[in-house]
Design a protein around this ligand. Structure first.
Ligand code: SF4
Length: 128
């Protein structure tokens, strides 16, 4: 079966044509460099994705803080991880880079905060 992928590794966005039979890769063409080949092989054999979202913060100057995974996880576990993230409620203050949840679902990826949220009591009232 033929399938075309658009490589997302660099702005060239190469259209890469593949031919796959029973999960065996028969051909990969159209990539301008080896990174495209590696990208497509990963997509076919073990696709991964990352997540960037928000979690609730109690007692913070903002009600939410942005978070992301530090490394991609298997694409088929995205919904499981999102369900876990929905359960998280942090207590302010939160610092950018704080590990919000370590090794989520045992997948080898941590969730970290990507911005800081001060506690209401510590905030400068003029900046709230
Ligand atoms: S195949 Fe190489 S040149 Fe083409 S988009 Fe991917 S990384 Fe860029």
């Amino acid at each position: 079966m033929k399938k075309i992928y658009t490589c997302i590794i660099c702005p060239n966005s190469c259209e890469i044509e593949t031919e796959v039979s029973d999960r065996e890769i028969l051909s990969i063409t159209g990539n301008l460099c080896p990174k495209g080949d590696a990208y497509v092989r990963q997509e076919i054999l073990a696709p991964e994705r990352t997540i960037a979202t928000s979690v609730l913060v109690a007692n913070g100057v903002l009600p939410l803080v942005s978070v992301r995974l530090v490394r991609p996880i298997p694409k088929n576990r995205i919904f499981d991880v999102m369900e876990e993230i929905k359960k998280i409620k942090l207590q302010a203050p939160v610092a950018s880079g704080d590990i919000v949840r370590k090794n989520i679902l045992g997948l080898g990826s941590d969730i970290i905060a990507t911005r800081s949220v001060q506690a209401i009591s510590a905030a400068d009232p003029a900046k709230i």
